[in-house]
Every structure is written in C-alpha cells, then in structure tokens.
Ligand binder design. Structure first.
Ligand SMILES: Cc1cc2nc3c(=O)[nH]c(=O)nc-3n(C[C@H](O)[C@H](O)[C@H](O)COP(=O)(O)OP(=O)(O)OC[C@H]3O[C@@H](n4cnc5c(N)ncnc54)[C@H](O)[C@@H]3O)c2cc1C
Length: 187
C-alpha cells in the first residue's frame, strides 16, 4: 500500500511527487508520457532562465526519483474505493494507495471513469477539469487534483506550484499536523 499515488508526471505531478517522497511518504507515480509540456519552450518559469519543456519534465521526474518516488509508465484506467484507500487499475497492473492525486493535465477521462466530479474548464483551450476546492480536494475524500487538471492557469510555474501545494495538504493530512519542507544553506 502506497501512501500516495500520483497520476501524471508533468510539472504538477512530478512536483507533488518530489514533496511527498522527500517527506518520506511511499510515493507511486503513474504516467502515460503524453505531457503537453513536452511541446513547450519555457522562458517564464521563475528561477530558470530558459529551458525546453522536455528537459523540464525530465528534471522533474529525476528530482522525484532522487527521493524515492517510484515512476511507472502506463495509463491509469480507473480508481476504485477500498476500505482503507484506493485501487488504481492500469492496462497491466493494479496498485493500492491511501491517497490519490490526479495531475492528468488536459485529460479528464480517468476522473470521469472513476465517479470524480468534473466541470467545464475556464482556461483557454481547456475543455474539462476536475471539480476541486482550494486545497485540491475532490468530491471523494482521499482523491485530490492538481495543476491543469484542477483548473489552474496553464503555466509551468503555476501547475508545479499547485502540485506542491496539494502535496503539502496530503502530507499534512497523513501527519495530522501542518507540514513544512525547508532545507537550510550550510554556512
Ligand atoms: C506548445 C506549448 C507551449 C507552452 N509554453 C509554455 C511556456 O512558455 N510557459 C509556461 O509556463 N507554460 C507553457 N505551456 C504550458 C505548460 O505545458 C502547462 O502549463 C503545464 O505545465 C501543464 O502541466 P500539468 O502537469 O498540469 O500537465 P501535463 O504536463 O500535460 O502532464 C499531465 C501528465 O498526465 C499524464 N496522464 C494523463 N492521464 C493519465 C492517465 N490516465 N494515466 C497516466 N498518466 C496520465 C500525461 O501523460 C501527462 O504526462 C505550453 C504548453 C504548450 C502545449
């Protein structure tokens, strides 16, 4: 049983996985390698002068893996409620996790196939998003949404930030107190 399963390894999903894995949570990331970010040339991501989308996505996955996140290539087809968590069904395997974060970008099919409420998108060219509150909670307790899939503005700094925000909320729920992840510069 994983503490957190994250569906999608674009900026939102990989950023969430970086935080949950670094917090010592058993983290699984399932990704179907269809990130729109791979078509981007990015010059407006704070702190990064310029970077290709493919490089940004690759570095994000590497950061999450560095802290122990398990990255699986595949497509999650449905999420089923279990007594103490959820079962995530992919083409050729099933996984179990206490919490699930949907960071599926433009794609709402998994949410719709799993009884998670969606609504029309309000950002340009975004058709459907998951209905999520300001913390990232959906209509099913334990299932969260982040990034483009949660209806935020479609920019890497914002979707990555939203992934981090939702991850901190999930970690805080697992720990029973607010979580902070600060490293100090060694003098
Ligand atoms: C041409 C182009 C140029 C852009 N230029 C910029 C720019 O200059 N600056 C900027 O800030 N932003 C830019 N963007 C936007 C940027 O890519 C998005 O803002 C954003 O980062 C999307 O992040 P995300 O993690 O929400 O979604 P994505 O990066 O799309 O990631 C979603 C991931 O979820 C996976 N997934 C979906 N469903 C499933 C499933 N059922 N099972 C498993 N995996 C699944 C997909 O394979 C994908 O890898 C650009 C986008 C495009 C298309």
């Amino acid at each position: 049983m994983y503490d957190v399963a994250i569906i999608g390894a674009g900026p939102a999903g990989a950023s969430a996985a970086l935080f949950t894995a670094k917090a010592g949570k058993k983290t699984l990331v399932i990704d179907s390698d269809q990130s729109i970010t791979k078509r981007a040339w990015v010059e407006n991501h704070y702190g990064v002068e310029e970077i290709t989308g493919p490089d940004l996505v690759a570095i994000g996955k590497k950061q999450a893996a560095k802290f122990g996140a398990e990255l699986i290539e595949g497509k999650a087809q449905s999420i089923e409620k279990l007594e103490d968590g959820f079962k995530i069904v992919t083409e050729n395997a099933t996984y179990e996790a206490k919490h699930v974060i949907l960071a599926t970008g433009l794609m709402a099919d998994l949410a719709e196939a799993s009884g998670i409420e969606t609504k029309p998108g309000t950002e340009p060219r975004i058709k459907t998003v998951v209905k999520a509150d300001a913390e990232g909670k959906t209509n099913i307790p334990g299932i969260w949404a982040a990034g483009t899939a949660a209806g935020v503005s479609v920019h890497t700094i914002i979707t990555a930030g939203d992934g981090a925000k939702v991850a901190i909320n999930v970690i805080s729920e697992l720990n029973g107190e607010r979580y902070v992840d600060h490293d100090v510069l060694k003098s």
